[in-house]
Design a protein around this ligand. Structure first.
Ligand SMILES: *Cc1c(COP(=O)(O)O)cnc(C)c1O
Length: 358
């Protein structure tokens, strides 16, 4: 039974031990790298990639999962017998399964039936259970129902991402980026570019920039089939027409999520799926290792901003996120036949990005 439902208190020794295990895991971990990418065609402008693929569970969702567990634990929403539930298209559930196992808790991921097999394998690898739904729009309701039936706790990343993270510091992704930029020629980036799935990362970065009074602007790169950039232009738009879905895993949503905070975003750039895939391929060739699709979306938006900066005669730095590696997309984004079947014509965009990267 979830302690919040029964009104029972959580045993404080168990709670202390649970928090200690998560903090100890953090204490054993190194920070993620900030990779410098020189752009020979754009003198005086440098691109940086915050490499979130190097977390123990392979993506920026490792940070989110840690924050969501600590938030739930310190609210006494999770006790030693609590089943933990999440609605996730993959990466969040992989990271949460890792933390649930660390605490000895049962974990159930509610995923759309279309979720790629390597992600399901990774969830099961960390001891998580899978609950599949045919209609992706039902994941929220099904998660609530499972929580009620098992007396468990629904972590609800889409609601709590923006508030579970310590946005003023505590080595959140923004604080880490600014610390790692300190010795560069342009330590204060002109722009930081990221995507939005829950919206938690953009909320954290946008608030941190304002709190630290940096001049940096925040751009969110969004797939064309996502509601976020439409909502940014017109706050009355809160959902996409049925059947419209982002093909870039991890980012772009059909409904405006509660964790998406448009007021701290300076600009949004809509990116075609084929351009995201082309940019992803070009960057993978440049780095000598595969990156995920949302990293391609970010790079496409960065190229647009860099070209604008160059045209205006500006110099400076621009930072974006390498959100996850490409190993979970071998049978999809890195399979030419898979892309052909779906009509994703990416080669032109890849050639353009190869040129951009010099
Ligand atoms: C979740 C996710 C994002 C977006 O991060 P949010 O903080 O949820 O907005 C980007 N890329 C990948 C691969 C993700 O899994």
């Amino acid at each position: 039974m979830t302690p919040a439902m029964t009104g029972k208190r959580v045993d404080r020794r168990w709670l202390s031990e649970a928090v200690r295990r998560i903090e100890a895991d953090y204490n054993r971990s190194a920070d993620t790298h900030l990779i410098r990418v020189d752009l020979p065609r754009y003198p005086g402008i440098v691109l940086y990639l915050k490499d979130e693929s190097s977390h123990p569970t392979g993506s920026l969702k490792h940070r989110l999962a840690r924050s969501l567990f600590l938030y739930a634990l310190c609210n006494e929403w999770i006790g030693p017998e609590t089943t933990v539930i999440e609605s996730s298209s993959g990466s969040t559930a992989v990271s949460e399964a890792y933390f649930a196992k660390m605490l000895g808790l049962r974990f159930i991921a509610v995923v759309p039936a279309t979720t790629a097999k390597p992600k399901l394998d990774a969830i099961r690898f960390h001891g998580g259970e899978i609950h599949m739904v045919d209609d992706p729009r039902t994941v929220y309701a099904v998660s609530h129902r499972l929580a009620a039936e098992t007396g468990g706790h629904y972590l609800d990343q889409f609601t709590y991402a923006e508030r579970a993270t310590d946005w003023r510091g505590n080595n959140n992704i923004a604080e880490s980026i600014f610390a790692q930029m300190a010795e560069e020629e342009h330590p204060c980036p002109s722009w930081i570019v990221c995507g939005a799935g829950t919206g938690g990362t953009s909320a954290t970065i946008g608030r941190f920039i304002r709190y630290c009074r940096h001049d940096t602007k925040l751009c969110v790169a969004d797939p064309v089939h996502s509601v976020f950039h439409r909502h940014f232009e017109d706050r009355s738009v809160v959902a996409l027409p049925e059947g419209c879905a982002s093909r870039i895993e991890g980012i772009g949503r059909p409904r405006v999520e509660p964790s998406f905070v448009p007021s701290v975003i300076d600009r949004m750039i809509a990116v075609e799926d084929a351009d995201s895939i082309g940019a992803m391929r070009a960057l993978s060739d440049r780095l000598g290792r595969r990156v995920g699709g949302s990293t391609g979306t970010n790079l496409w938006a960065c190229a647009q901003i860099v070209e604008e900066m160059a045209a205006a005669g500006e110099t400076g730095s621009i930072v974006t996120l390498l959100c996850d590696g490409g190993d979970r997309y071998g049978c999809t984004y890195y399979d030419d036949a898979w892309l052909d079947d779906r009509g994703v014509a990416w080669t032109g965009a890849a050639a353009r990005m190869t040129q951009f990267l010099g």
